[in-house]
Write a protein that binds this ligand. Structure first.
Ligand SMILES: [Zn+2]
Length: 531
């Protein structure tokens, strides 16, 4: 076991204790720090810890090594929680095994005191009526009362927000503060794990106009790791009233390039890829292949259907929107066999020019802004896995009457979805074999076409290196399910997938025992599939 570590999941003192056991040790002392429900007279509801892990781990390891040397103990270790914690949760654990109890107690006390004062960990307390902000840093408190000087000389001092004034005073250009996603991380459905999902995600935005601008701004601000902008146009003066990412000085410049610069300034942590070209039949597949999710934000039907057909071929989710005067339409596509595509709703695909676009019909800026914001919301839901129970629909937004209508959408029987060998919904597995726990599929494509929704329960790090053609959009890490931070949908038909079919089988058995009839495990996991 590492002598000092951070954990984003609940601590397991029993397991750590075993790792410290030694035949030569006659004593073991441990300290557990718990989250309590009050601090300085205020009722605390929950709290968050954040650390600059690389440097914090080094300092923590030094402290443990000092304790071992100083008190001559056998073994010692410390694990600190980071992320969102509830009342009563274990925030920090210290364990020491030693020949005798005296040095075990002393080393244990030394480690927890030094960790509190020296390891750069930020804490945010949430009260019934607000939060403390990221301010309650033990290290700063220690400096303030004169017991320690670590903060001033610590390499992390520069990164610490309390010290920003000092940097400015020292004459240099103060570095930008790191992105602060705390207001979205605070949502229990997002959390640290959700933020990590956004950071790992990539989204292609086709069209950087009235819809694309709010989509790009909100996805960049939310910390989506990589954004691709497809737009072959230049900024025109007539765009500015509804595309406020651009200004008069940008007129005549390529939109994709200007947008990328602005987004980079908005959130330097996000990578922005520029595709200063129109989406065409010749490039659309290559563009779509490089991203997890596609946002269709153009104002022409030719491109919308081009993108529709490309996401069907690539089995990628997409979010479509369009506006016409005071009305807008929103449609989400998910790569599921029963899920309707754009052509299912518009079997007679309108040709360009048949329906007025903004140039001909006129538009007020907030109309595409509203639809773009709704698209961005759908994208975040998809990336965070918050749309598991959602059914296909066409959402119509009337900005004059301020009304939203949701029309259930169905797959058009005549739409072949451009996919080879699609299986009609009636042939979904399960009805004939309710007792079967495991299903066999040769390829992921075959599994996608089974009528079951594929759910990847591997951890994020296991998914990080999946090749583009082998990505499963729906992700519910087993760790999140086990620790109650995510719930498996109570209804629906799912194929649960992990690396080798072991974790997925045990989860399937568990869900069946809870009365969920529609869950199956992919036998042998991803390792059993032919590529
Ligand atoms: Zn269709």
């Amino acid at each position: 076991m590492q002598t000092f570590a951070f954990s984003t999941v609940p601590l397991e003192p029993g397991r750590y204790r075993e790792a410290l056991a030694e035949p030569t040790a006659g004593g073991y002392a441990s300290f557990e720090g718990w989250v309590r429900d009050h601090n300085e007279g205020r009722a605390v509801r929950r709290l968050e810890y954040e650390a600059f892990e690389t440097l914090a781990v080094k300092e923590g390891e030094r402290i443990v090594a000092e304790a071992v040397r100083r008190f001559g103990v056998t073994r010692a270790a410390c694990v600190h929680r980071v992320g969102a914690l509830g009342i009563g949760e274990l925030a920090v654990w210290v364990g020491v095994s030693a020949a005798h109890r005296g040095e075990a107690f002393a080393a244990c006390r030394y480690i927890i005191d030094e960790v509190k004062h020296r390891v750069p960990i930020w804490k945010k307390e949430h009260y019934a009526d607000g939060d403390s902000g990221w301010v309650n840093c033990e290290r700063c408190a220690a400096v303030a009362d004169g017991r320690h000087v670590h903060a001033a000389e610590h390499p992390l001092a520069a990164a610490h927000r309390h010290d920003r004034i000092d940097q400015a005073a020292s004459g240099g250009v103060p570095p930008l503060p790191p992105p602060d996603y705390s207001r979205q991380i605070a949502l229990p459905e997002v959390g640290i794990a959700g933020q990590a999902k956004l950071a790992a995600a990539s989204v292609l935005v086709v069209g950087a106009g009235g819809l694309g601008v709010p989509v790009l701004q909100y996805l960049a601000a939310a910390g989506v790791g990589r954004l691709g902008i497809v737009d072959g146009d230049v900024v025109e003066a007539s765009n500015l009233h509804r595309q406020p990412l651009y200004g008069p000085a940008d007129v005549g410049q390529p939109k994709a390039e200007v947008a990328a610069r602005r987004l980079q300034a908005l959130n330097p942590a996000v990578r922005v890829d520029v595709h200063a070209e129109r989406a065409e039949a010749s490039n659309v597949d290559a563009l779509v292949a490089g991203y997890d999710l596609v946002m269709e934000c153009t104002d022409n039907f030719r491109t919308k259907f081009l993108v529709n057909d490309a996401v069907l071929r690539a089995c990628k989710p997409a979010v479509f929107a369009s506006v016409h005067q005071y009305e807008g339409q929103l449609q989400v596509y998910r790569p599921l066999p029963h899920w309707p595509c754009l052509r299912c709703l518009w079997p007679e695909a309108p040709r360009d020019g048949l329906v007025g676009n903004c140039a001909e019909a006129g538009v007020l800026g907030p109309v595409p802004a509203t639809l773009g914001a709704m698209q961005a919301m759908q994208a975040l839901k998809r990336l965070l896995g918050l749309d598991a129970g959602e059914t296909p629909a066409l959402v119509i937004v009337d900005l004059l009457g301020v009304e939203t209508r949701r029309l259930a959408a169905q797959r058009h029987p005549g739409c072949d979805h451009e996919r080879p060998g699609t299986t009609p919904a009636a042939e979904e597995p399960g009805d004939a074999m309710p007792a079967e726990l495991e299903l066999d599929f040769e390829t992921l494509a075959e599994a996608f076409e089974s009528g079951l929704e594929l759910v990847d329960i591997r951890e994020s790090w296991e998914r990080a290196h999946d090749p583009p053609g082998l990505q499963i959009p729906t992700h519910l890490p087993l760790s999140e399910l086990v620790h109650g931070r995510a719930e498996f949908p109570a209804e629906g038909r799912y194929l649960i997938i992990c690396a080798h079919g072991v974790r997925s089988l045990s989860l399937t058995e568990h869900l069946r025992s809870l009365g969920h009839p529609g869950v199956y495990s992919l036998r042998g996991g991803l390792a059993a599939l032919k590529s």
